[in-house]
Design a protein around this ligand. Structure first.
Ligand SMILES: Cc1ncc(COP(=O)(O)O)c(C=O)c1O
Length: 300
């Protein structure tokens, strides 16, 4: 990670190395915190943040799931993000807001702990830096919706993602695919999945997944392109037999999938539907599509 100059924390800008917390910070012990991953892009009108308000609104939804009352409004977090980017002169990269229970109490009732929040940003290129990825079904299942609020982006959920990703470290696979407890496709450790079959787009329905903002953007683009979208239950064989498959996420953007469990999907090349959705997505985030301008928050 390449540091920038400042980190915003609890209303103030701190030099990167001075945005620190106590080791007895509540969230550090129990995982009850919420975060976001947002990207900003260089456009011909300067730097723009993609779907900033929706990300901050999802942050509020996640905090609400753990009864964390945030001390600032959606607009104040959005403004703090834009000001941070200006101060750091970051043209293109990744933005990480995190809300957490701070120092002061221990035990399983965090509600008396102070609520803290921070926003950092840094340059970050492709998360899955391959033209296409080889993925593998994980032996871990995705967090169960009856065990947690699985559509919230909570810190503790990411132990599940880390276990799935760790399992593949040192192998030839680039990313994992997690199933739910009934054997249906859920998602990647940090990505949503789509497949293309006979020109139609299929994706796992909401339930055990994080409803991705990139997923929503891709569905809007597909609608505009008159591609039929089917949100349904998918199983592993649906992917083996698909014509195309791809992952979506703020970090992963649109990443075409070459194979699952060593079974090559379709021709093994980037398919035409994936290609056109990916191109449209990259055009939108970089401000080349005026009809999607409302998704962009410019710094000036
Ligand atoms: C588990 C999980 N699924 C899906 C996504 C994709 O979500 P988004 O497109 O909002 O980044 C992410 C990334 O935040 C994630 O962590």
């Amino acid at each position: 990670m390449e540091p920038t100059e400042f980190i915003w924390m609890d209303g103030k800008f701190f030099p990167w190395m001075e945005a620190n917390v106590h080791v007895l910070t509540h969230t550090l012990h129990y995982g009850a915190g919420a975060f976001e991953g947002i990207r900003c892009y260089n456009t011909n009108k300067g730097t723009a943040v993609f779907r900033l308000k929706e990300h901050i609104e999802r942050l509020f939804y996640s905090c609400d799931a753990i009864q964390m009352k945030l001390p600032y409004t959606v607009q104040e977090y959005c403004e703090a993000t834009l000001e941070l980017l200006r101060k750091n002169k970051l043209q293109q990269g990744y933005i990480r807001p995190l809300c957490f229970f701070g120092y002061g109490v221990m035990g399983l009732n965090p509600l008396k702990a102070t609520v803290q929040s921070m926003i950092a940003c840094w340059p970050w290129g492709a998360y899955l830096p391959h033209e296409m990825v080889d993925i593998k079904t994980s032996s871990y299942i995705r967090i169960h919706p009856d065990s947690t609020v699985s559509d919230a982006k909570l810190c503790g959920h990411y132990v599940n993602s880390i276990l799935a990703a760790n399992e593949l470290r040192g192998t030839k696979y680039h990313e994992a695919l997690l199933l739910d407890s009934e054997g249906h496709i859920a998602e990647g450790p940090g990505e949503n999945l789509f497949i293309v079959k006979e020109g139609k787009l299929y994706t796992p329905k909401i339930g055990t997944i994080l409803p991705g903002i990139t997923r929503d953007t891709i569905m809007q683009i597909a609608k505009e392109k008159k591609i039929e979208i089917i949100e349904t239950r998918l199983v592993v064989s649906d992917i083996y037999e698909a014509d195309e498959a791809f992952y979506t996420g703020t970090a992963a953007e649109v990443t075409p999938i070459k194979s699952l469990d060593d079974k090559v999907i379709g021709s093994g090349e980037v398919g035409s539907v994936t290609e056109s959705l990916k191109k449209a997505y990259l055009d939108i985030v970089t401000g080349k599509r005026s009809e999607y301008e409302h998704f962009l928050s410019y710094l000036s």
